[in-house]
Design a protein around this ligand. Structure first.
Ligand SMILES: [Mg+2]
Length: 361
């Protein structure tokens, strides 16, 4: 069964990940930092010991510092390290450059983070490794930053591959070398294995992928539930998750024509609410946010008015905000008594919400 599944997966998937992204951007902009332990976090001395590390350069990592570590702990490990408050607006600009490069190769891009994405390049004719090399070259040329790429036939192996050869490397995992690769992987490197799971495996003397693959499905499920089932397949390099990409869309939203024309403020507000709820739902499902809210109103004489409100940042997905904006526009344009035959609400200037949803610790 396993062999069948492996042979059947003819996709070409890349996982692209910049190396120590925030730290690399700061070192690029201030080369003096290259020789120092650089920790992207507010200085715990200024925050009274609060805060966590967003990322750190490789000098700091060699001292044992890592993302999500308490800043105070990082300070103990690197008393002479440089602590820099993250400059997210700067990283975001670089992030947009990188994601534009991805889209020059394919539209099938699933953004994972500012500096990280899956690409499905199955439709492209060139060899995957060549495309990976070109993407890395383009990123370096445009941003002067290095990245690592995992190349394989599914997202799991692509992700494991990009982690394997970090920093500044490419790893190609094929159906032929995949089991060898997984054999050597330590248990903690499999997806979703946290400290607790790792300790359980240690107690069982299971340390790597080869030993994991010997364990039966029933045994893994009994010990770890869903996670155990998942690990059973991971050990075999099987993963069917698709690269979740969106066709570029101009706008999301809709308009409603009323059989009975609306005359009351209350009904107008109720209709705007319905439109907002439906629009938010679609945007959530498609992981999109937008900068421009468009309101459309048509009266009994077929006079149609539209108004767009564009923000510098995407609108929050808030029913109240949308309805309030619509109501203000309505009150500006329409005088009572009124007869309204159509209302519309839509969002344009769309972008992926992956950037907005990211939790920055
Ligand atoms: Mg990264």
């Amino acid at each position: 069964m396993t062999d069948f599944l492996i042979a059947n997966d003819a996709r070409k998937i890349l996982h692209v990940d910049l190396d120590a992204f925030y730290a690399q951007v700061e070192m690029r902009d201030n080369p003096e930092l290259r020789t120092k332990a650089l920790i992207i976090s507010r200085d715990p001395e200024e925050t009274g010991g609060h805060g966590v590390v967003a990322t750190a350069n490789y000098i700091a990592r060699n001292l044992g510092i890592h993302s999500a570590m308490r800043a105070a702990e990082a300070k103990r490990l690197a008393p002479n390290g440089v602590f820099l408050t993250p400059n997210f607006s700067k990283y975001k600009i670089v992030s947009q450059q990188i994601h534009e490069i991805f889209h020059n190769f394919t539209d099938k891009v699933e953004p994972v983070a500012f500096d990280e994405a899956y690409l499905d390049i199955t439709d492209l004719n060139q060899p995957s490794a060549q495309i990976a090399a070109e993407i890395r070259h383009e990123i370096l040329r445009a941003t002067r930053l290095t990245s690592s790429i995992g190349v394989s036939h599914n997202k799991l192996l692509a992700k494991l591959g990009s982690e394997f050869n970090k920093p500044n490397g490419v790893t190609v995992i094929t159906p032929e070398n995949m089991l060898l690769f997984l054999d050597e992987l330590s248990i903690g490197e499999f997806r979703g294995v946290g400290k607790k799971t790792r300790e359980k495996f240690e107690a069982l003397d299971i340390e790597n992928g080869a030993q994991l693959r010997v364990m039966s499905y029933e045994k893994l499920r009994g010990l770890f539930g869903k996670m155990g089932e998942n690990l059973y397949w991971q050990a075999r390099g099987v993963h069917f998750g698709e690269v979740k990409w969106q066709r570029q869309q101009q706008s999301i939203g809709k308009e409603e024509t009323f059989d009975q024309m609306l005359h009351r403020e209350f009904d107008i507000q109720e209709e705007f609410k319905k439109l907002a709820v439906s629009m938010i739902k679609t945007m959530r499902t498609r992981h999109l946010v937008g900068r421009t809210l468009n309101i459309k109103i048509r009266d009994a004489n077929f006079v149609t008015t539209t108004r767009a409100t564009t923000h510098e940042k995407p609108w929050p997905l808030s029913e109240e905000a949308f309805v309030q904006n619509a109501q203000v526009i309505f009150d500006e344009l329409i005088e009572a008594p009124f007869s309204i035959r159509l209302l519309g609400m839509s969002m344009s200037n769309l972008q992926s919400s992956a950037f907005e949803e990211m939790t920055l610790f």
